[in-house]
Design a protein around this ligand. Sequence first.
Ligand SMILES: Nc1nc2c(c(=O)[nH]1)N[C@H]1C(S)=C(S)[C@@H](COP(=O)(O)O)O[C@H]1N2
Ligand SMILES: [Mo]
Length: 360
Amino acid sequence: MAIESEQQSQAEDFSAVELALATRNHGFPLESLRYDLTPIGLHYLLIHFDIPLVDASTWRLEIGGEVGRPLSLSLEELMNRPRTSVACTLECAGNGRARLSPRPLSQPWLEEAIGNAEWTGTPLASLLEEAEVGSDAVEVLFTGLDRGFQGDVEHLYERSLPLDEALRPEMLLAYEINGQPLPPQHGFPLRLIVPGWYGMSHVKWLDRITLITEPFEGYQQAKQYRTKLTEDDPGEPVTRIQPRSLLVPPGIPDFPERHRFLSPGPCLLEGRAWSGWAPITRVEVSVDGGESWQDAELGESTGDYGWRRWTYDWDAAPGEHELCSRATDGDGNTQPLRAAWNTGGYVNNAVQRVPVTVQP
Ligand SMILES: Nc1nc2c(c(=O)[nH]1)N[C@H]1C(S)=C(S)[C@@H](COP(=O)(O)O)O[C@H]1N2
Ligand SMILES: [Mo]
């Protein structure tokens, strides 16, 4: 099959750099789609530089820049503020990158850069209000403690949000995941949660929040996370998550190829679907590689920003099949059959293809 041979040739030339990234930044085992909330450790990880070592007893969050009243808060002070939780699907903007050809050199995700955890913390908006945002402020800059080189530029990991976006009530400064203190790899002691947006905006290991009067032009904002067709193309910024759906891999795998085998007869196909633009309104399933589609049944969502379960009753006939699912959201965004290429390999939400062998 054409798709298999394409994937095969890509797999043959993965570089040592990609292998090192893939073992550091692990993915989400797709069978974990069975859990409403992703257990810590099954959630994907993406860390550009090194995980900082933070002493929570001396760490403080600084809020400054274009504000009337700069703030400096300890972790304890943040934890004594109003507390709220949100179930939120996180997805790396580079999810699906390794399916692109030519493949951009970065973390080689197939489709496993996802997780759906419950994040607990204090709302960002009330802290910004308390800091008295100045009338000249246009963006809010979130700076992490981690520093490194990327594209020959030395910088701290930092990203901005437009002020109106940062003031949305769902924006959270999180110090817990699934009821546990943030582990080092997920941003201890504090990270930003931007429900609906791709992963890069959820800045970990927060050090300071700065109100700025000009749009931020730092490396992770102006150079990365833009859908560029050439290096000189300014492209469009990556923001909210495009709809995607994934299948719980049916049947049993072989090792190491992980091809799926199942028995003929009734088989419940199930998975999850999400979008950062609007709630999921439809999921379709194909058992013939996208030739024909049938509606799946929609289950419960895990809140406004968490993924939604779906199921489809399949009567599996003996032979080879290619299973696909396609999600559509309330804004009419849907998944394409083929990916659109860009230099960073971002926002590839093409439908997943799962080849299976049905045999007695
Ligand atoms: N400080 C900091 N924040 C960061 C990153 C980083 O490297 N440093 N990576 C970002 C990216 S690209 C993603 S996809 C998410 C991953 O979050 P997770 O590792 O908790 O799943 O964190 C984001 N926040
Ligand atoms: Mo990412």
